[in-house]
Design a protein around this ligand. Structure first.
Ligand SMILES: Cc1cc2nc3c(=O)[nH]c(=O)nc-3n(C[C@H](O)[C@H](O)[C@H](O)COP(=O)(O)OP(=O)(O)OC[C@H]3O[C@@H](n4cnc5c(N)ncnc54)[C@H](O)[C@@H]3O)c2cc1C
Length: 343
């Protein structure tokens, strides 16, 4: 019978982030359908707040690796902690959230355990034929289902696919494992993080709205001139007001590489489409973007779709959007910003 280990790193205050709670939701469901043992394994500077929060999740046991050496994302210490937790749990199925911190160590830990690993998993279910993991291939065009007999099987679960576990907190006592601090730790010291301020953080996976900027924002407008600086101001104003996530068409992000006037805050990471991302948001608004198939294919997980384009015959009008506003996006978004400012 399989033993499930839910593995998570804690945040600096000892709590768990949403992706970890989503992975726990999967682990709890799986425990119920397999009627098997669930063990919680936590590591970080402190783990007690997380253990207490999960006290009533149905886990038979709590294991922890804690202390300052395990506070930062660093291969040597993270891998040592996860290996120790997996061995102590004698786990055969190890579930964790696909965070960048976890993704860095997952393959190495699976190798140390003599096991196997799958990443970007969207679901894992118990079928009569065995456990089945689901994931997307080829930029979310093909959904694959796979099963493995090798154990331990480490699965990283992509965030946003399962409801976060929620339950009454309580008091849990974790068995604390003594993990020797790896010698290689001395080679890597974490001096801190350098991150852009929140208002420059344009990709926001949790946002309710995806705002897509197309190349039209940089094109000549009705006065025969481009208005790139004005476009930047309008878009930044809207993003900070609406807390929307910023997507882009390929043409627009490619412009900067061609030394043409472009919006400075866009990178290829913002690109939505066939050769870009397929983000998940309840709503989307495309502006100055033509709505060609290679772009709109990236909208497959967007709930309600709207677009603003001067051209009534653009791609959005051909079944790609629920609502198309045939209008000047400069004028519409300036008006929208004024309304949001007033709020
Ligand atoms: C193999 C392949 C892969 C590709 N992958 C991707 C991909 O992943 N993502 C992607 O986006 N594209 C991709 N493309 C490119 C795609 O086909 C289009 O060329 C691209 O999406 C066009 O970008 P755009 O709509 O921003 O620009 P344009 O086609 O130049 O459209 C600009 C639009 O802005 C409108 N406009 C201008 N001014 C205003 C205004 N004031 N108000 C309102 N509207 C205005 C115009 O009417 C026009 O419709 C791919 C192409 C190929 C061949």
């Amino acid at each position: 019978m399989d033993t499930i280990l839910f593995l998570a790193h804690t945040e600096p205050d000892g709590t768990l982030a949403k992706p970890a709670l989503e992975a726990l939701g999967v682990a709890v469901d799986l425990k119920q359908s397999l009627a098997t043992t669930l063990i919680v394994g936590l590591y970080g500077a402190q783990t007690q707040p997380a253990a207490n929060f999960l006290a009533n999740c149905g886990a038979e046991k709590f294991l922890a690796v804690q202390g300052e050496p395990f506070s930062s994302a660093r291969y040597a210490s993270d891998a040592a902690a996860c290996e120790a937790l997996a061995r102590a749990a004698a786990a055969t199925i190890i579930l964790a959230a696909e965070t960048s911190r976890k993704a860095r160590i997952a393959a190495g830990v699976a190798h140390r355990l003599g096991g196997v690993v799958d990443t970007h998993v969207t679901a894992i279910t118990a079928e009569s034929s065995g456990l089945q993991a689901t994931r997307w291939f080829y930029r979310q065009r093909i959904e694959g289902r796979l099963t493995r007999t090798a154990r331990p099987w480490l699965l990283l679960l992509d965030p946003g696919n399962h409801a976060a576990w929620a339950g009454e907190p309580g008091a849990a006592t974790a068995e604390v494992l003594e993990v020797p601090v790896p010698e290689s730790l001395n080679r890597t010291t974490v001096n801190g993080f350098v991150t852009p301020p929140a208002d420059q953080q344009t990709i926001r996976p949790d946002a309710d709205l995806l705002f897509v900027a197309g190349a039209g924002w940089t094109k000549k407008q009705k006065d025969g001139q481009p208005h790139v600086a004005e476009a930047e101001a309008i878009i930044v104003d809207f993003l900070s007001n609406a807390k929307a996530s910023l997507g882009s068409s390929k043409s627009l992000v490619d412009l900067s590489g061609e030394n043409q006037s472009a919006l400075r805050f866009l990178t290829h990471l913002n690109q939505v489409g066939q050769t870009g991302a397929s983000p998940r948001h309840p709503k989307g608004l495309a502006t100055c973007c033509h709505g060609e198939e290679p772009h709109t294919v990236g909208w497959r997980f967007i709930g309600e779709r709207r677009a603003i384009n001067l051209d009534a015959g653009c791609g959005w009008a051909r079944g790609k959007a629920d609502v198309l506003y045939v209008a000047d996006a400069f004028e519409v978004m300036t008006k929208v910003n004024a309304l949001l400012d007033r709020k």
